[in-house]
Design a protein around this ligand. Sequence first.
Ligand code: ZN
Length: 591
Amino acid sequence: MEARTAFVRRVLGVAGLLLMAAAAVAQPAPADLLLVNAGVYTLAWDDPSPDGAPAANAPRAATGFRPDAEAVAVRGDRIVFVGSARGAQAYRGLKTRTMDLRGATVLPGLVDSHTHIVGLGERQSQVDLVGVASEEEAVERVAAFARRIPKGQWILGRGWDEGAWANRYPTKTLLSERVPAHPVRLSGLHGFAVWANRLALERAGITRASVAPEGGEIVTDPSGEPTGILLNRATAVLEKAVPEPTEEQYKGHVLAGLTRMARDGYVAIHEAGADRRLMRAFQSLDAEGRLPVRVYAMLSARDVDLCRQWLRRGPDRDNGRMLTTRSVKAFDDGALGSRGARLLEDYSDRVGHRGVGGTQYGFDQALVAGMMEAGFQAAIHAIGDAGNRETLDFIESVLAGRPESRLLRHRIEHAQVLHPEDVPRFARLGVIASMEPPHCVEDKAWAEARLGPVRVKGAYAWRTLRKAGARLAFNSDLTGSDHDIFYGLHSAITRRDRSGEPAGGWHPEQRMTPEEAVRGYTTWNAYVASWDKESGVLAPGRWADITVMDIDPLVVGATDPDRLLHGSILATIVAGKVAYVTDTLGKAGGK
Ligand SMILES: [Zn+2]
């Protein structure tokens, strides 16, 4: 009897195991998050050719690109499934959060590979006056903002247009009436005027007796009383009275900037030049688990002590944390607009002037070479053709002694104006051209004046670089430019500005295809950070870093690219967490 029972038990046991094994094959562990009803582009197919033609294995229909999957399943911080709606059903469990994307487009998470995040964060804590039409409207915005701020604390704002308002500057009167208990400083859109209320002038000690510094003006009324407007170098007199943010406030700005990036579809940023204060903020947010997006930090070579510290410690070797530090940012020259960029020949609009570069511009080559030898990626700002040549020479000299350093994927930030002879050196040295598509449409008004008709052909020369085998990375250089991804894609695809000028695109032979533009902000940026094993494409095992948008950039970018400017971000998923979701999608789709 007992033997029979044991036998039956054994048989049942074996059968049970078999059943469980069968179930395991059919039923994977449930996902935490399921994205369904989506147009997913995995970008897991091959790169387009240097002239932009899609790879043979790209998902194309007769009319153009089509999504290559319908659903994504996420468990923990990783993707566990990408494929058909049917296939995704197996990942649905009792606790799975399912988001019905109603046909929205899903891409590998966007990365901005060159940012200055504090400026963006500061703006989040200021009154935004961009686009205000009148003094009254501006004052109302400040008054509404003041209700949330303790009395006596400074209120900062920016964005009223001191150019457009030059003939009818506002005064302190209405501003002081409506906001009497806070000192208020409102910077103009272009940074050469400041508008203050009575309390702010008081705090800065600005009276009828004040004398403006040379090159500045404290505007007064006919009686000699300061009106509240300070121009040009006089703005500094008020600026000095605004207290420096505390460590906690500064950290708040960093967090606000990163949170804004998540809201705008980005899963990661590369911070272009972090000093010790910024590194402290990143490290502290990372330790507290509060980084809303991944941060790839380039240490500022201008903070020599910080660099020495990291030289002793060595670069981050793995990608295990939300914060990765293994890059150093240096400057070889200045900017083209202000004629600071170093050119091989004179500026076309200033004879005898070639800008300043290299060690004369404070480029500490020994420090950067030492860091490259210690395993850090070099990220060097170079704008002019001479600046780029000097930087390529420098990188080449370091690689000559240490060829394996090439694996660190060194990069030139901006790579804006290139001599034709230097273009092939990018591919030869494995140097990445890290560029801002918006700069081309923003600079087009004066770039040709600086460079003349021949040199300008080597400016913002994305296609020339790709044809020469160079790798590109796309970014915004925020807050120098707008980080809005739809603006970035539009600039890259059309080389037209927001108002559609010029109609045929500015030097249109340099345009990128929609696929190249999208890759510039995704797969190619993953490569630059050496995150390409973990991210950049949507596939099982990769980081669950995902962007959802309401427009298909691969299709719309080809058929009606100006429509891109009306796109919007619906959700951002970072390391498996929903870092941002629109209200509509969050309510209807989130279960
Ligand atoms: Zn920058």
